[in-house]
Design a protein around this ligand. Structure first.
Ligand SMILES: [Zn+2]
Length: 382
C-alpha cells in the first residue's frame, strides 16, 4: 500500500468499526448545554458525555497519550487530551484542536423511527442529536492523528480540548484556558472542529464566521390589558410600535439590516471566495433548505446568497412573549409585546459597537412614548 492508501484505510476502517459505535453512544446522552438545563450539574449528563469520550480516546493506541477530565468548581466539565509529537514533529509547538460535547435542545420534526436521543444508522448516515454539532470533533481529531501515523507521517504535539459550554456561549472556556495555560504550552496552530461543510466531496475550511448581537425587546403600552373593542384606536398597539422600531433596523422589503456598525465593507477576497464556492455547484444554496411550497430564496443569484449568509448582517426573530396561544386569543389589546432579536453580524463588525447602536436606535424617540425595555443583551464578535 502506498501512503495515501494507508491513510485512507486507517480512516475508513477506523471510522466504521470503532468510531461509529462510540459516537452513537454519545448521541444517546442528552448532554444539554448549561443554558438549557439549569440542573446540568445534578443531572450529570455533561459529565457523562465527557467520561464517554474520555474512555474511548483512552483506549486508542496513540503512544504517550494522556486523557484527563477537568472540572473547575461551578463550571461545566472539560476533556483534555494530550498527544505527544512524533519524533519528526517535535519542536513545532502545540497544535490545539477544539471541539465541544454539549448540545442544543432537541427540536421537533423528526422522521418516523428517528429521535434526538436515539442513534439510528440509516443509509450510511447516523441520525440523532449532537453527532455533527459537535460530537464528531473528538473522533475526527483522534482519527486524523492515527491516520497520519498509519501513513508514516509526523505530527506536532497535539492537544485536544473538548468543552461543554459552547452552545451557551462558552462562558467557562476562558477560565479553563487560563487554568490550563501551562499545560497547553506554546500553541502554534488552532483548529476548531465545529463548522459546516458544503458537501461530502472535499475537505472544507471555514475562513470566517459571523458574529452575533442579541436582545430581548419589550414594548409596553398599558398597565394592564384592555378590551380591544374599547381601547383600540385610542391606545396604540404594542405590536404596531414594535413594527415601527423594527423598520428602523431592518428593511422589511429586502431584509437589509440598516445599522451602520453592522455593515463593514466586504473584503475582495471574500467576494472572490463566494464566487468560487458558487461555481462549484450552481444552485446549491437554493436547494439547501426545505422551502415551503411556492417559496423562493432571498435572491436568485448564488453569490449573493452566499454573501448574505456569510458577510452581511441578518435579523431573525427567535422568540416572542406577550402573545397568547392561538386558542386563547381573546379580543384583548395586550399590555405588551416582547421579541427576541438575533442579529448575525459580519465577521469584521465590532459586536459591542453594533449592540450600542442597536440600543440607541430602539430606545430613542419611541412612538407615542411607549415604554421600551431591552434585556438579555449579548454581543459576540465573528
Ligand atoms: Zn458547535
Amino acid at each position: 500500500m502506498d501512503q495515501e492508501q494507508k491513510v485512507r484505510e486507517a480512516v475508513v476502517s477506523g471510522w466504521a468499526g470503532q468510531v461509529l459505535p462510540s459516537l452513537a453512544g454519545l448521541v444517546e446522552i442528552p448532554a444539554l448545554s448549561p443554558a438549557f438545563d439549569a440542573s446540568w450539574a445534578a443531572n450529570g449528563q455533561l459529565q457523562a458525555a465527557v467520561d464517554h469520550v474520555r474512555d474511548w480516546i483512552a483506549s486508542r493506541e496513540l503512544p504517550g497519550l494522556r486523557c484527563e477530565a477537568v472540572a473547575l468548581a461551578g463550571r461545566s466539565p472539560l476533556l483534555l487530551v494530550d498527544v505527544p509529537a512524533t519524533p519528526g514533529g517535535a519542536g513545532r509547538g502545540t497544535v490545539l484542536l477544539y471541539g465541544h460535547l454539549d448540545k442544543q435542545p432537541p427540536a421537533g420534526g423528526w422522521s418516523d423511527g428517528l429521535g434526538p436521543w436515539q442513534a439510528v444508522l440509516r443509509d450510511g448516515r447516523l441520525y440523532g442529536r449532537g453527532a455533527v454539532d459537535d460530537g464528531y470533533a473528538a473522533y475526527a481529531a483522534t482519527t486524523a492523528l492515527e491516520a497520519v501515523r498509519a501513513g508514516g507521517g509526523e505530527h506536532a504535539r497535539a492537544v485536544l480540548l473538548l468543552e461543554t459550554g459552547e452552545e451557551s456561549g462558552s462562558p467557562d472556556l476562558p477560565a479553563y484556558l487560563e487554568h490550563l495555560a501551562g499545560q497547553l504550552g506554546e500553541v502554534t496552530f488552532v483548529l476548531c472542529l465545529d463548522a459546516g461543510g458544503g458537501d461530502y466531496e472535499r475537505l472544507w475550511l471555514t475562513s470566517s464566521l459571523r458574529g452575533l448581537v442579541q436582545a430581548t425587546i419589550t414594548v409596553r403600552v398599558l398597565q394592564r390589558p384592555q378590551h380591544s373593542g374599547l381601547a383600540s384606536g385610542i391606545v396604540p398597539s404594542s405590536f404596531r410600535i414594535l413594527r415601527q422600531l423594527l423598520d428602523r433596523v431592518e428593511d422589511s422589503a429586502t431584509g437589509q439590516v440598516k445599522l451602520r456598525e453592522m455593515n463593514p465593507a466586504i473584503p475582495a477576497e471574500s467576494r472572490a471566495a463566494a464566487r468560487a464556492v458558487a461555481a462549484l455547484d450552481p444552485g446549491a444554496m437554493r436547494r439547501r433548505y426545505p422551502l415551503a411550497e411556492g417559496m423562493v430564496p432571498a435572491s436568485d443569484d448564488d453569490v449573493e446568497l452566499i454573501l448574505n449568509n456569510t458577510w452581511r448582517p441578518t435579523l431573525s426573530v427567535i422568540g416572542a412573549a406577550g402573545l397568547p396561544e392561538l386558542a386563547q386569543a381573546g379580543n384583548v389589546l395586550r399590555a405588551s409585546t416582547s421579541l427576541v432579536l438575533s442579529f448575525r453580524i459580519p465577521p469584521t463588525a465590532d459586536a459591542k459597537a453594533a449592540r450600542a447602536e442597536l440600543e440607541q436606535i430602539l430606545t430613542t424617540d419611541v412612538p407615542y412614548g411607549a415604554q421600551v425595555e431591552l434585556s438579555n443583551l449579548a454581543a459576540e464578535n465573528g
